[in-house]
Design a protein around this ligand. Structure first.
Ligand code: FDP
Length: 302
């Protein structure tokens, strides 16, 4: 692993340059990840740190991103959902990656994503340490959604097969007038207050179910059409399934930057504080009015 030879302890790290380099690397790596999927759909022995089975593609995407991001000057730490510990790659910003979000969609050949969160703090960081977040969506085309600290809008890029990319929307905001919803977890394990909330959503004739089983695909539906996505607290898993550092903070940051809201059921996802790198949290993102209603509904819990 290359270390950061360019940084000097006496000079502040050029944050914008580093953030841009990380995002550029992720975008240019997306076709390599996509091209690496055929033949890597099989499960391999062992599990990731959260106890979930890994596909060969999960490990491939992680190793590729670790090597490339680790070479970027002023990146200090790299962490991924697929490895137990933080990798020390120099000094500077910390980068958290979910290399292949929704990899159980590999076999049915449905959408997946790559998520990246950049923090100006050692890991595990807080949601308020985030300086940029992005996700690649491997759908019918490959796109990338980017939210930056120094801008208050979200941009969408199309990534071409050669790794070049171009902006298609510079100021993407979540539309008013929500129309889609999708919630994960087995329904029998939803808490009663959440079930009642979902019934309200379903009774709205303007709302349609959109659930594809990969968070990034489902979140992008919400960012595109307006609505709500949630992977909720469950009676058998109060913290839900999704990971704070790798999934909760970046999607919360992106949806909030796009004018929407995020929540763990009580507060913004960006205010969730966990000490463990692989800690989980319930995740709800969408239009502010829907997130407000959700928090009110869950406030009724014992
Ligand atoms: P996957 O396990 O396929 O990687 O965080 C992982 C994730 O997918 C999310 O992308 C997705 O929203 C969720 O898990 C799906 O979980 P369920 O199968 O329980 O719905």
């Amino acid at each position: 692993m290359a270390t950061n030879k360019d940084s000097s302890p006496t000079e502040p790290a050029p944050t914008n340059t580093t953030v841009n380099a990380v995002l550029d690397t992720v975008a240019r790596s997306a076709p390599d990840i996509r091209n690496g999927l055929p033949g890597r759909r099989v499960a391999i022995e062992g599990t990731n740190p959260s106890g979930e089975s890994q596909k060969a593609a999960d490990v491939y995407a992680d190793e590729l991103l670790c090597e490339r991001i680790g070479e970027i000057p002023n990146v200090g730490e790299y962490a991924s959902e697929e490895r137990e510990s933080v990798v020390d790659v120099g000094s500077g910003l910390s980068v958290c990656v979910d290399p292949l979000d929704g990899s159980s969609n590999l076999e049915p050949n449905a959408a997946m994503g790559t998520i990246v969160a950049i923090y100006d703090a050692p890991l595990p960081a807080t949601g308020r340490d985030i300086v940029a977040a992005a996700y690649v969506l491997y759908g019918a085309t490959t796109t990338m959604i980017v939210a930056l600290e120094n801008k208050d809008t979200v941009a969408e890029y199309v990534i071409h097969p050669d790794g070049n990319y171009q902006i298609v929307q510079g100021e993407m905001t979540i539309p008013d007038g929500p129309s889609v919803y999708g919630f994960g977890g087995r329904v029998p394990y939803w808490v009663d207050e959440f079930k009642a909330y979902v019934e309200e959503i379903e009774s709205d004739p303007g709302m349609k179910l959109r659930y594809g089983g990969a968070m990034i695909g489902d979140v992008n539906q919400v960012l595109t059409y307006g609505g709500i996505f949630g992977y909720p607290t469950l009676t058998n898993a109060p913290e839900g399934k999704l990971r704070v550092q790798f999934e909760g903070y970046p999607v919360g940051y992106i949806l909030e930057t796009a004018g929407g809201a995020s929540s763990d059921g009580q507060q913004s996802l960006l205010d969730v504080e966990k000490d463990d790198l692989h800690a989980r949290t319930p995740v709800y993102v969408g239009n502010e009015s829907l997130i407000d209603d959700l928090e009110s509904a869950l406030a009724g819990r014992d």
